[in-house]
Design a protein around this ligand. Structure first.
Ligand SMILES: Nc1ncnc2c1ncn2[C@@H]1O[C@H](COP(=O)(O)OP(=O)(O)O)[C@@H](O)[C@H]1O
Ligand SMILES: [Mg+2]
Length: 237
């Protein structure tokens, strides 16, 4: 259970998050909203890249605000970014191992097993020893997923993981995302503009608009909500 309470973030005159409170029930949860709504800022607050002016983030009973980003990663907060983070000159295996080494103190043999296990999970075992720079877009994207779930994550934040992927590959990604909660006993928060993907993965979703929580609840209901439709159509913006 991830309970975010009264989080406010300001950058100069811009209020990116305005007194946002969201309780994520667990499993895979959606976080949607138009561009500039504050979704990435919200992830930055959860992962420790941005310190809010005020607010609390309780994750399974642990207060994350005030904990440095590297400690949150050790605790089990993982994320993907809208830009790829994998290092081009390393192999797929090495890229995922790097994350594992930063997030645990597990012995080498255990780390190797965990990396091989996650590569199998995301379907990248066949390119395990390939350099990232030699790989096509789909494989690169799935490396980002492997980096986000290797080891023992407790909270996995996925920032537009399907952006630009063709339908077939989005389907594959969808199956992976849906199996993370069971595999890792982790809560997943999925930010994406692909509503079919959000509906397929998330039984519960929250909507941000202009830094405020607009609606939350069962995904189908949220997507039918009048205020949510207005926000997406931009009628009133
Ligand atoms: N580091 C920053 N400095 C200044 N403004 C920022 C910063 N990060 C985000 N913002 C602003 O906060 C608002 C929300 O941005 P963001 O969280 O990236 O939205 P989303 O991910 O929903 O598209 C935007 O107006 C954006 O310009
Ligand atoms: Mg964003």
């Amino acid at each position: 259970m991830i309970e975010v309470e009264n989080v406010t973030v300001r950058f100069g005159g811009v209020t990116s998050l305005d007194d946002v409170s969201i309780s994520f029930p667990g499993g895979t949860c959606g976080l949607i909203g138009p561009n500039g709504a504050g979704k990435t800022t919200f992830f930055n607050v959860l992962s420790g890249y941005v310190t809010p002016m005020s607010g609390s983030v309780m994750a399974d009973g642990t207060q994350l605000i005030g904990m440095p980003a590297f400690k949150r990663a050790r605790w089990g907060v993982r994320r993907t970014f809208q830009t790829e983070q994998a290092i081009e000159s390393l192999t797929v295996f090495e890229n995922v191992l790097t994350v594992h080494e930063h997030t645990t103190t597990a012995p080498r043999a255990e780390a190797k097993a965990a990396v091989d296990d996650v590569l199998e999970f995301v379907g990248l075992s066949h390119v395990r020893n390939d350099l990232v720079r030699t790989l096509p877009a789909k494989e690169r994207r799935f490396i980002e997923m492997a980096r986000a779930v290797v080891g023992e994550p407790k909270l996995v934040l996925l920032d537009e993981p399907a952006a630009g992927l063709p339908d077939e590959e989005t389907e594959e990604l969808s199956a992976i995302i849906r199996s993370i909660p069971d595999r890792n006993n982790a809560t997943v928060v999925l930010v994406d503009h692909d509503m079919a993907l959000v509906q397929a993965c998330c039984s519960w979703s929250a909507v941000l608009d202009f830094g405020r929580l607009l609606a939350s609840g069962e995904t189908g209901d949220v997507l039918r909500d009048e205020r949510v439709l207005m926000a997406y159509l931009g009628t009133d913006a």
